[in-house]
Design a protein around this ligand. Structure first.
Ligand code: FAD
Length: 318
């Protein structure tokens, strides 16, 4: 079922969903199930699986020369989605990127997931890889998620890259896109970011899922701005509980989101990582309860495969 249908069927009740990432190469599928099993009692209507593109690694050889190696550390997005749908009968949502994909790769990826009975996809640009400063698309790839959304919409209308294809079948994907309550790090202003968000919706996206935030007011203000821009699709908040002291610096650095002073001070004063984890859980419970009260359609948790803290939050909220 599509995400938008799950939301309609819930008739105003807030749903619980979460996101996992494929394990590093070498681990088996059980590590994925171990992260999902404890959360199934909260009836997630869908589970997202992130996509991780290839990276370039430079390895120093004994003669001092550098060997360039292309590595994909977390393969398996589509396989994990198929395994989730098969084992749990829950909709699994693969993320798909512009980065690392030619348009042909994108079309073939979409055909694969369509054949697997996957009805939802989250369309993203992806970040620059470590060896680049700015995001660089493939030669035959998309520059922005707006273009990727258009390609998916085209396929939903039976329009393939090869215009000569006859009697083509149509896909029927429900398309999610990213939104940034504290604006995307490269956007010159929140208004320009929302302008391009609107393009993604015009091109066929069905719902928005947000970057994490730790101050609900930022989400509420963002929703108001997005609505004022004429966007009416569901806006699903993304939540990630703090679990380590290191994240105080890592999260703002990596995701360009601010942390509220009260949360920072509580984490700074915590005596060990167990105490930090508890603070993160309590903060996220308070955020979640307020979002549920505000009638938010779905609360989406970035579990990163660590179910323990998300379970504690879900127990208190759902
Ligand atoms: P876009 O919507 O393309 O926007 C990128 C920037 O360009 C923005 O600043 C925007 O304002 C601007 N822009 C957009 N269109 C135009 C245009 N036509 N002209 C000029 N400027 C434009 N990354 C992964 O690698 N794998 C994942 O699985 C993954 N999952 C994610 C899930 C969520 C919910 C979120 C919020 C992010 C996720 N990311 C993931 C990270 C994401 O790939 C990065 O944040 C990336 O930098 C931007 O992706 P986007 O789809 O928002 O890009």
């Amino acid at each position: 079922m599509k995400v938008t249908e799950h939301i309609q069927n819930a008739q105003g009740k807030s749903l619980f969903s979460f996101e996992i990432l494929p394990p590093v190469k070498g681990q088996n599928i059980q590590s994925i199930f171990d992260g999902i099993d404890p959360l199934m009692e909260f009836d997630p209507p869908f589970i997202d699986v992130t996509y991780h593109r290839e990276e370039i690694e430079l390895k120093e050889l004994p003669n001092g020369l550098l060997e360039k190696k292309i590595v994909k550390k977390r393969p398996g997005t589509v396989g994990i989605c198929a395994a989730i749908q098969n084992k749990y009968q829950v909709d699994a949502i693969p993320h798909i990127l512009c980065g690392g994909f030619t348009k042909e790769d994108t079309e073939n990826f979409l055909i694969d997931i369509d054949f697997l009975g996957i009805q939802n996809v989250v369309a993203l640009r992806g970040d620059a890889i470590k060896s680049e400063i700015y995001f660089k698309p493939e030669r035959e790839g998309h520059h922005y998620a707006t273009e990727l959304v258009s390609q998916i919409s085209n396929l939903n209308n039976g329009i393939y890259l090869d215009a000569d294809l006859q009697n083509t079948s149509k896909t029927d994907f429900c398309i999610g896109v990213a939104g940034y309550p504290e604006k995307h790090m490269e956007a010159p202003s929140i208004d320009s970011d929302i302008y391009f968000l609107k393009q993604k919706i015009k091109n066929g996206a069905d719902y928005i899922i947000t970057q994490m935030f730790y101050d609900n007011q930022k989400y509420f203000d963002y929703v108001a701005k997005v609505r004022a821009a004429g966007i009416t699709v569901p806006i699903i908040p993304g939540l990630k509980p703090i679990a380590t002291k290191k994240q105080l610096n890592l999260i703002p650095h990596r995701f360009k989101v601010d942390l509220p002073d009260d949360l920072i001070m509580a984490v700074v004063k915590a005596k060990d990582n167990d105490a930090v984890k508890q603070i993160g859980i309590e903060w996220c419970i308070a955020q979640s309860k307020e979002l549920v009260k505000a009638g938010t359609p779905v609360l989406h948790y970035y579990s990163m495969g660590k179910a323990e803290n998300i379970k504690a939050i879900a127990q208190a909220v759902f």
